[in-house]
Design a protein around this ligand. Sequence first.
Ligand code: PMP
Length: 414
Amino acid sequence: MAANPKSAAPLDLERIRRDFPILSRQIRGKPLVYLDNGASAQRPSAVIEAEREYYERHHANVHRGVHTLSQEATDLFEGAREKVRGFLNAASTKEIVFVRGTTEAINLVAQAWGRPRLGKGDEIVITWLEHHANIVPWQQVCEQTGAGLKVVPIDRRGVVDFDAYLGMLGPKTRMVAIAHVSNALGTVLPVEKFVAAAREHGIATLVDGAQAVPHQRVDVRSLGCDFYAFSGHKLYGPTGIGVLYGREEVLDEMPPWQGGGDMILTVSFERTTYNHLPYKFEAGTPNIAGAVALGTAIDYVEGVGLDRIAAYEAGLLDYATERLSAVPGLTIVGTAPEKASLVSFVIDGVHPHDLGTILDAEGVAIRTGHHCAMPVMDFFEVPATARASFAFYNTRAEIDALVTALGRAREMLG
Ligand code: PMP
């Protein structure tokens, strides 16, 4: 991914790796080589400590009590929201909705933005490389409203066909929902271009940033999208917490999705009035500790520096691509010129699941399967791929360990 070379000083890998306690684990008697960061990254001690400290010293419910603990919890929770706002460069904390993760964020938009507004003949445009989380919620709202789904094709490299996309935008298109980075192929989409074209037609836009925020700086205002979604657990934060960014004017016009406590101003049996943004979309007690620790994860990532992370990971990707390409019988699936730091691959005559099991015996954790992107597997006519996805704490030595383990797997299975 593109990085600013001025701020791309080398990372202190030894120190960084010490910050992540799990990286010193042994798996089956071998040092852990964790290359499944695309599925979920690991947490630094600071994040684990932030959750612990929150529970040990500050926990109470938020936005409710006048007592000290409730105020402390509220301040920490809202402080985390401000960190997310800064991280995405959103204009206001009103635009930052805490959710369970990317999946919930997209479902919220499909149901609260899409359902009341879509009708028969309306169209939602997605791409062929989407994660199921950015396909199924749209299919569901299509079933509910009579709208239809249009899918922009990809080529054999895994690049989305921009001209075909432009050809699909028309008076019936209501929403463009696209990944920023493909989890199955690593393709980085030029989302600025996609969003700008949609905006020219007055079409709403959602960007699934689950695989982008850990690897590059994201500025929602310069992107110009209406919605941006990501998950905490891929950004070195806790599971069960994520973010929906929505432009204030757009969120304002939407009805709430779920009803319950905290999302209301007044309730009577005759009439309920809804809370202000962003609370209108946060029914019930939220994952307070998760949000607080997500704020700490953002501090940690900012401390390392996203430009330095991007530059370091670009080097890892080049090295992994070169070493894996030299493995006999191995084919890389996803060869877009702009890629995030992950490599999907298949090996002749070896099922990815068998590969994953043998690699695990060597301490190497990779993901094998359809990566919740079955249409991508269909397109490349493979049942599954193996995927090594890198974080800034991974090393070239770990890529060497992966290649050695693959050699062993080929001897056993090939
Ligand atoms: N979109 C993409 C591109 C993803 O990679 C993922 C997670 N694999 C998701 C959405 C869903 O994220 P979550 O499971 O955290 O909701």
